[in-house]
Structures are given as structure tokens and as C-alpha cells.
Design a protein around this ligand. Sequence first.
Ligand SMILES: C[S@@+](CC[C@H](N)C(=O)[O-])C[C@H]1O[C@@H](n2cnc3c(N)ncnc32)[C@H](O)[C@@H]1O
Length: 149
Amino acid sequence: MADKRRFDLFADLLVTRFPQALRVYDIAGGMGKLNESLTQRGRTVTTFDLRHKHLPVKYAQRLFTLEEPCEAELVVGMHPDGATRIIIEYAARHGLGFAVVPCCSDNGMPYKPWMRHLADVARDAGFTTVEEAALPMDGRARVLLGVWR
Ligand SMILES: C[S@@+](CC[C@H](N)C(=O)[O-])C[C@H]1O[C@@H](n2cnc3c(N)ncnc32)[C@H](O)[C@@H]1O
């Protein structure tokens, strides 16, 4: 069971690390709880996921792809499963910041190599600043952040 505090903790980190990013794409956002936490902190958020049962937040009920029009300054994902890599690729394509809290890999890699691999993907895609942070919670809590300059 993932830590219930993850949405507020991630939202706090995001507004601290990306204070200029007012429009946020929340990828693989499940029920929309991260959207709710970020909205409470003054952000305009669109959540992309297929979930039928979700909160009354701005919600695009579809899979997120690289073809999605860009109306955001930041793209994020909490435990986004198969959408992890696309968050980084989409951010690079549009010159946005990204922050992702990876869980399982899309290629069978164990967690630690997966984290290193994602950082390499981001650097190879052109991010000049790629950093790690950690949320004070149980479970998969490492955050990969990219700033595009
Ligand atoms: C482990 S759940 C995490 C949900 C939520 N972020 C949370 O922390 O509770 C992974 C989610 O990724 C979604 N997902 C996977 N690939 C996606 C994609 N390309 N676009 C949107 N959602 C995707 C699934 O539908 C699922 O809801």
C-alpha cells in the first residue's frame, strides 16, 4: 500500500522547486489526488489517466502521449508506471521542467538501476539540470527532477 501522504508531500516539493510553473500536467494521476493537492497550492492542473472514478478536478480521461498539445510549464508523475519515460520525453520535447516519482520500470530493470537509467535518459534528452530528491514517506519515495534551460 503506497503512503497516503505522497500527494501533499510531492505537491509541497513541486511548488518549492518550480515556483514559476503555474500550469501543471499530472500524468498517470489515478483518482486526481495530486491534482487536488496542487490546486490547493494555487496551480492549474490537468490530470491524465484512464480512471473512471475520479475526483471533480480537471481530468483528461485518456492515456498521455507525446502528441498531447502543450499547455503547461511543468509535467509531473507520482508512481506513473508505464508513463514514466514519456514524462521526461514530453518535457524535453517542449522545454519544460519535469518531476517524477518512479515506481516500477517499463523494461524489467530493478529500482536503483531504473533510477540511474531515467537520469541518463533526461541528460541525453538535453536537460542541463537533473537532480534527485526524496520525499519523507514510506515506499518508492525518490524523486527525479529536471530543469530545462
Ligand atoms: C500505480 S498507479 C498510480 C496512480 C497515482 N499516481 C497514485 O499515486 O495513486 C499508475 C497509473 O498509471 C496510469 N497510466 C499508465 N500509463 C499511462 C499513460 N500513458 N497515460 C496516463 N496514465 C497512465 C494507470 O492508469 C494507473 O492509474
